[in-house]
Design a protein around this ligand. Structure first.
Ligand code: SF4
Length: 392
């Protein structure tokens, strides 16, 4: 890695640039167009240090060393759960803000759950991230880097092979915007990241392999539809009456259910893509027959698929997980009323894998925005030298 600090006044994290932006920087430096493609290819492979871009001429590497200001996250903690199938990363950016990224491995599929904000302003009372409050938006580069870190780790084998299942793919195949923060409240970074992921010379993910979740920011749903890609939209509904939703998802007071339903219908019609409804099932709160009946009506009207995720118990949050009996009764009732519904597993329960839980489980210390380093090492199962580096 180069050590000299960038000296250019417009130095920028290269992952904050899209391909056109990268081309513009290279053109400014007098480099031919194909050089931008070379640099882009290195970035996709997780290499952001011009020194390591060995197919570039010496003087161009020096110039890029001045123009690039890589905002590399530091891996603060890495917890492993589900027999190596779930890897939860706590990443800290250079200004000290920390966020979570989760890598979930399935046979032939590697899904990264990424964060778009440090904290969240939506204030859902049952959510660990909501309890942290809003700290700041992540830049496009900071969001993209979460995928880069996981992709490079899979490609280069930097994740300890002992903790990887045998059937793990060697690259990221799916990305879900379901980590910390509300993606549609940070549209510029979300849309730029979708661009990186879908780019045929980038991560080459199909639009269907990308899922953007929202608690129901109606203007953002319409803007996502404007992009014209059949990205999967996942609406975190959690309540099927305005009365309960006003409490569980406060943004409902601004965009009530009827307005949200209209937006989802518009999204579905414009993208021709089935929308999913996420339902965090909370014991004695939204697991009753009335909510099940209302949910079935909404899901049928929207021709949406419902994913039910039993709540993970979270330290400091008064809401509790539903009983197994209530969970199965709820799912059966919705299904019996003609809606498509799946009961999802609670991936990473033993790795604090609900969004915000790993960070929430750290002692932030008075006035500190950082997870305490002491205690972290005691809590994590493994701390690995996961880093961005040349992928093989
Ligand atoms: S559930 Fe999502 S939108 Fe609500 S506070 Fe948590 S991270 Fe924010």
């Amino acid at each position: 890695m180069s050590t000299a600090p960038p000296s250019h006044p417009e130095a920028i994290d290269p992952y904050a640039l899209d391909r056109d932006g990268l081309a513009a920087v290279l053109a400014e430096l007098g480099a031919p167009a194909y050089r931008a493609r070379q640099v882009h290819a290195w970035l996709v492979r997780g290499v952001d240090d011009p020194e390591a871009m060995t197919d570039l001429p010496r003087d161009l590497r020096d110039q890029l060393g001045e123009r690039f200001a890589p905002a590399r996250p530091e891996l603060v903690a890495h917890t492993v759960a589900d027999d190596g199938h779930t890897h939860k990363l706590l990443l800290r950016y250079p200004d000290g803000e920390a966020i979570e990224t989760v890598l979930m491995l399935y046979p032939g599929r590697a899904t990264v759950c990424i964060s778009t904000q440090a904290g969240c302003a939506m204030g859902c009372p049952f959510c660990a991230t909501g309890q942290l409050g809003f700290r700041r938006q992540l830049t496009a580069g900071e969001v993209v880097r979460q995928v880069v870190v996981c992709d490079a780790a899979l490609r280069s084998g930097t994740i300890d092979a002992d903790s990887l299942p045998e059937d793990a793919p060697d690259h990221v195949t799916n990305v879900v915007f379901m980590g910390m923060g509300e993606p549609l409240a940070n549209l510029p970074a979300t849309l730029a990241t979708v661009g990186w992921l879908h780019d045929p010379e980038g991560f080459r993910l199909s639009a269907r392999g990308i899922t953007v979740s929202t608690v129901g920011l109606v203007p953002g749903i319409d803007k996502l539809a404007d992009v014209g890609l059949p990205v999967t939209l996942a609406v975190s509904l959690h309540a099927a009456t305005d009365e309960l939703r006003d409490e569980l998802v406060p943004v409902n007071r601004s965009h009530p259910l009827a307005e949200l339903e209209d937006a989802v219908r518009r999204y579905r019609d414009r993208t021709n893509r089935r929308v999913t409804i996420e339902w965090c099932l909370i014991g004695d709160v939204n697991d009753d027959a009335h909510q099940a009946d209302r949910l079935a009506v909404i899901a049928r009207r929207l021709r949406a698929h419902v994913n039910v995720i039993p709540m993970n118990p979270t330290p400091g949050v008064r809401w509790k997980e539903p009983s197994k009996r209530a969970t199965h009764a709820f799912v059966a009732r919705v299904r019996d009323r003609g809606a498509n519904i799946t009961l999802r597993d609670t991936r990473g329960r033993d790795a604090d894998a609900a969004c915000g839980q790993l960070l929430a489980s750290y002692d932030l210390g008075s006035g500190s925005r950082l997870p305490a380093a002491v205690g972290a090492a005691e809590r994590v199962d493994q701390l690995l030298p996961l880093r961005q580096g040349p992928a093989s």
